[in-house]
Write a protein that binds this ligand. Structure first.
Ligand SMILES: NC(=O)c1ccc[n+]([C@@H]2O[C@H](COP(=O)([O-])OP(=O)(O)OC[C@H]3O[C@@H](n4cnc5c(N)ncnc54)[C@H](OP(=O)(O)O)[C@@H]3O)[C@@H](O)[C@H]2O)c1
Length: 284
């Protein structure tokens, strides 16, 4: 039996379906009973837990072989990352109480970076869970290709993609969530010691290539356009963010090259889903 958090989302959903297809039993960890219906219909047990609730997570992780931890995204954290720390504390307590044989924790490219930025939330997670007695695999995927779903409306309506990753011809590692979920499931089935697995797609991707794939899928010209850095804070605040600084620091990290794969003993895995496949699926 494998407990899967984040199962109603992209990565957790693929991880669970991969395990089901391999004949494994699943405990779907969801936030409320309504969200469990699909999964109980597929033969899964359902447990109700918020990621901040140590007691509920302990019940969800009891008597399972493996646990997949998907920490919730927070693009606009309070100073000092208290929301991420609440999740880390609850997850650490629940894993310590239940001691599953295997844990795979979704982390991120750049979790090893020393400079503070949005991804420091995962640095803190890795630091805390590394101290647990059982082997934990930290899966550090590249930038999700699905992030470009935010750009589709603008591309369709204006023929433009506004880019914060710059310069526009700089390739960075990206990966499809289908590959992240599949690899997470495969790692859960493997016995290992503590390890870091870094995951990228078949090719690194530039912003110009994203525009070009969107053009093909939308059957109209689309060009990438760099958003001047001095406007980022104003734009993110206008979108409702209280504090855009951690997100800007993360973008700086990608653009300046200090958010990158660590290498250094980590295993590098390549997914097989191409940018073109993801764009075609998102555009529908
Ligand atoms: N975007 C990137 O480029 C990138 C790169 C590397 C790593 N990551 C990591 O990928 C993860 C996001 O994965 P995804 O795209 O699959 O996410 P997603 O599709 O947005 O799904 C998020 C999942 O988390 C659940 N969830 C959210 N808050 C929760 C809470 N407080 N308690 C319990 N469950 C909660 C959601 O449940 P509901 O259905 O109830 O909302 C949903 O199942 C994050 O950890 C992020 O750091 C992202």
């Amino acid at each position: 039996m494998y407990a899967i958090t984040g199962i109603t989302g992209k990565v957790g959903g693929v991880a669970a379906r991969t395990l089901l297809a391999a004949g494994q039993r699943i405990r779907a960890v969801v936030r409320n009973a309504d969200k469990g219906g699909l999964w109980s219909g597929l033969g899964c047990q359902v447990a109700i837990a918020q990621m901040e609730d140590a007691a509920a997570l302990t019940r969800a992780f009891t008597d399972v072989t493996g646990v997949f931890i998907l920490p919730p995204s927070n693009f606009d954290p309070e100073p000092g990352f208290p929301e991420a720390k609440a999740v880390i504390s609850a997850v650490r307590q629940a894993l310590d109480a239940t001691r599953p044989a295997r844990v795979v924790c979704l982390s991120t490219i750049g979790a090893q970076a020393l400079q503070s930025n949005l991804l420091s939330q995962r640095t803190l997670m890795e630091q805390a869970l590394s101290k647990l007695p059982m082997p934990v695999t930290f899966l550090r995927p590249a930038w999700f290709m699905e992030n470009l779903s935010w750009d589709i409306d603008q591309a369709r309506e204006q023929g433009v993609v506004s880019c914060f990753l710059q310069p526009l011809d700089k390739a960075i590692p990206m990966v499809a969530t289908a590959d992240v979920g599949r690899v997470a499931a495969e790692l859960l089935l493997q016995d290992s010691g503590k390890r870091v697995v870094e995951l990228e797609g078949p090719d690194w991707v530039t912003q110009n290539e994203i525009a070009s794939e969107l053009a093909k899928a939308l059957h109209r010209p689309v060009r990438a356009q760099a958003v001047p850095r001095e406007n980022w804070g104003m734009i993110f605040r206008a979108q409702g963010m209280r504090d855009p600084i951690p997100r800007i620091q993360m973008l700086d990290g990608f653009n300046e090259g200090w958010i990158k794969f660590e290498g250094n003993g980590a295993t590098l895995v390549k997914g097989n889903t191409s940018l073109a496949e993801v764009v075609r699926k998102l555009v529908g």
